[in-house]
Design a protein around this ligand. Structure first.
Ligand SMILES: [Fe+2]
Ligand SMILES: [Fe+2]
Ligand SMILES: [Fe+2]
Length: 416
């Protein structure tokens, strides 16, 4: 079973969220989610939450607005419509349901815009909402109404009064009581924007062993995250993952390795999250400098995978997907003897998918056209010829861009 580092995973996702906000043109408040998570961590600790429950709460607080910018940013109003809020909450919950976390998080994100008087996104009462969701809601609202950088220690008594007697009567009273218990000078200090790095120090170390089902879900999570920036990269990543899995199965790899291949396929281009969406989806051909910028993504994908999976060989497979057997690839110009089998196979899958895909500068190509292009690369000593032959044989049965997911193939195989 693959061990992943939850701390590194959350940090990588947080960095991705900041990049997404910036490339979508929002003035990102990078520290908002960290401040909400810092408040939730203080409350969870003071209520003696078991460590795993605390980790799940803090992770949800940190990622509560994932893949769906808060509605007030989208429509530029302080009171977004109910439908808008519901959609925002649904997207966030469905994303985090894919993420491996230590304990179940049912409703934590779905109900993070519920108010105790039933006037929230889904009109739920305080009793129907998990405490974690009420707490995220309260801390999120407090952070949006208070500037913790300006308030200073002298503002603490006023802040506490506001929570007790001000607008906050619409929030869960248990959450308010729990927040008041920890809202002191020390917490105020930790909520300053220039001290957000302390949050990462305070998050309890957490490693999880993922079963194969969790690996598939994590792969889907990353592909969706990438898709928030570039729809093409999302489709491409999922197709590469399907092809990688299918060719791996053809080569007789076991179930555990196949699940790892799927995850790496979904993640191989995640380094593109650090690049501008405009550059990724540019309709015309890229110039030399733009190409150099794009090429950094292979190394960036390796950095993301390292923060998630540590020293696992999966990181090398991802970063090697643009290497070529004759040393002409990037980022390191590695040659055949330096590239292991999964690295060479991923390069074939990536080229096959990208060659067949519809792009602004070339239309979708048929399996025959792909065979001709990829065959020339194999003849030139750039791709493994045996793997290229296998890819052309196996994938010739599928319309380019329509290779089914492993779950669909396995169901079909069982039925046969
Ligand atoms: Fe939200
Ligand atoms: Fe790539
Ligand atoms: Fe790719």
């Amino acid at each position: 079973m693959l061990q992943i580092n939850i701390n590194g995973t959350l940090a990588a996702i947080y960095r991705a969220m900041c990049s997404l906000d910036a490339s979508a043109g929002f003035a990102p408040d990078y520290a908002h989610s960290i401040r909400v998570a810092t408040m939730c961590m203080a409350v969870g600790k003071s209520l003696n939450f078991p460590e795993k429950r605390l980790q799940s709460l803090v992770a949800c607080a940190l990622l509560h607005d994932i893949c769906s910018p808060p509605p007030y940013k989208v429509i530029g109003e302080s009171v977004p419509s109910q439908e808008c809020l519901q959609e925002h909450c649904r997207i966030g919950q469905s994303m985090l349901d894919l993420l491996p976390l230590p304990t179940p998080i049912d409703g934590f994100i779905l109900y993070h815009h519920e108010l105790a008087d039933g006037s929230g996104a889904f009109g739920m009462s305080a009793e129907q909402v998990p405490f974690e969701a009420s707490l995220i809601c309260l801390c999120g609202f407090l952070d949006m109404t208070v500037d913790f950088d300006k308030i200073g220690p002298t503002g603490l008594p006023t802040l506490r009064k506001t929570l007790q007697y001000g607008d906050f009567d619409r929030f869960n009273p248990h959450a308010i009581k729990a927040l008041l218990k920890v809202l002191d000078g020390k917490l105020l200090h930790l909520l300053r924007s220039d001290l957000t790095y302390l949050f990462w120090e305070a998050f309890p170390p957490c490693n999880l062993h993922l079963n194969n089902n969790a690996l598939y879900k994590l792969g889907a999570f990353v592909a969706h995250l990438v898709g928030a920036q570039s729809e093409y990269t999302r489709e491409h990543s999922l197709q590469v993952a399907n092809i990688y899995w299918l060719l791996g199965r053809e080569r007789g790899y076991d179930k555990n390795l196949l699940a790892e291949l799927y995850l790496v396929g979904c993640m191989h281009d995640c380094g593109k999250l650090s690049l501008s969406g405009r550059l990724l989806d540019k309709k015309s051909r890229l110039d030399t400098v733009e190409m150099q910028i794009i090429e950094t993504h292979a190394h960036l994908s390796q950095i993301v995978l390292r923060s998630i999976a540590g020293a696992s060989p999966l990181c090398e497979w991802a970063s090697n997907h643009h290497e070529r057997l004759d040393g002409s690839g990037y980022p390191n110009g590695l040659r055949a003897r330096e590239l292991d089998e999964p690295s060479q196979l991923l390069a074939v899958c990536d080229v096959y998918e990208a060659t067949g895909a519809s792009r602004p500068y070339h239309p979708r190509r048929s399996p025959r056209q792909i065979r001709s292009i990829i065959g020339k690369m194999s003849d030139a000593g750039k791709l493994n010829p045996e793997m290229v032959a296998q890819a052309c044989g196996v994938l010739g049965h599928y319309r380019p861009g329509h290779v089914p997911a492993p779950s669909t193939i396995e169901q079909t195989t069982v039925l046969l």
